[in-house]
Design a binder for this molecule. Sequence first.
Ligand SMILES: *Cc1c(COP(=O)(O)O)cnc(C)c1O
Length: 376
Amino acid sequence: MNMHTPLLLTPGPLTTADSTRAAMGRDWGSREPDFIALTQALRQLLLATAGAPPGYVAVPLQGSGTYAIEATLATLLKAQECLLVMSNGAYARRIVDIARRMGREVRVIEFDECEELDACSLDAALAADPRISHVAVVHGETSSGRINRIEPIAAVVAAHGRALLVDAMSTFGAIPVELAGSPIAALVASCNKCLEGVPGIAFAIVRSADLVRSEGHSSSLSLDLHAQWRSFEENGQWRFTPPVQVVAACVEALRLHAAEGGVGARHARYTARTKRLLEAMAGFGIEALLPKATRGPCIVAFRVPADLSARLERVIVHLREEGIAIYPGKLTAAETFRIGCMGVFDEQAWQRFFDCFRAGLSLVGWTPAATSSVPA
Ligand SMILES: *Cc1c(COP(=O)(O)O)cnc(C)c1O
């Protein structure tokens, strides 16, 4: 690893591979054949990474993940259609906000931030309201680190003949979502989380049948997945100026993902990191917010011990001085901080983070009230 690279233990953007950043070191004409081929490679690698069966297409879009979610909702929902959002966190609430702002009718089933999404209440809601055409769910709630199980939700959505939209932003590439035989109309993600690419493009893996009938739905010119897809199919080009260097970097990141062994290998790498992280934090007397069964390996939220609360910011500043970034929590109920296990860094960097965290804790004079285990 390049020692000048900051260690970004955040929800993204992340520490990337040298070759991913190096891929940005040249210019591309966006309408030249070599860039059209690069875009084609990007779309194919995204489909392969998703394990998408025939009948799905990859539609990349300029911007961050939220742009792709907004484009997906605007394109797949007709003006008079109704969306139901299964919500247990900030990113589900963002979907609600987006859909409301574009004037779509929205229903929400709200759960506690640490609670499981209940498929029975979804079943009742869909039975009661035939106007609901689409259901949206967040796979990995990045705010809590919780993984929402897609299968039980998908089974209910399929039984009622509705369509499912999945925000897989912080899981895509590390935790699979089964598309074959599913009611999933779109799986939306971006390249700068588990794919370890750079920020600047997001994408949706969309069922072609849904795209075909969505012409003219979006009231936005640029956030229109149907028009974006038509352009790729017709001449291989992006409709508006693409971030060419970002595309090149993301293709390299996707190649590295495949070379590593794909989704399974990435899941294993993050899981091993998470295990070490939990051991180290337990040694400091700091507990994870969620139990193992619901916690994902990509980002972990920890409870801030009450007597550390006022001093945590100083610890974060100490880490920053050492070139390491961690983020405070994003929950309304519990005070937390989050540590991302994604990105390109080695065992030595991980150990250095633990050492710097320990040093930060002693700098603010904090010692856990009672610790049983010692960090590895
Ligand atoms: C990162 C993320 C997004 C998109 O955030 P952007 O800042 O727009 O990239 C959406 N949903 C989830 C669950 C995320 O983790």
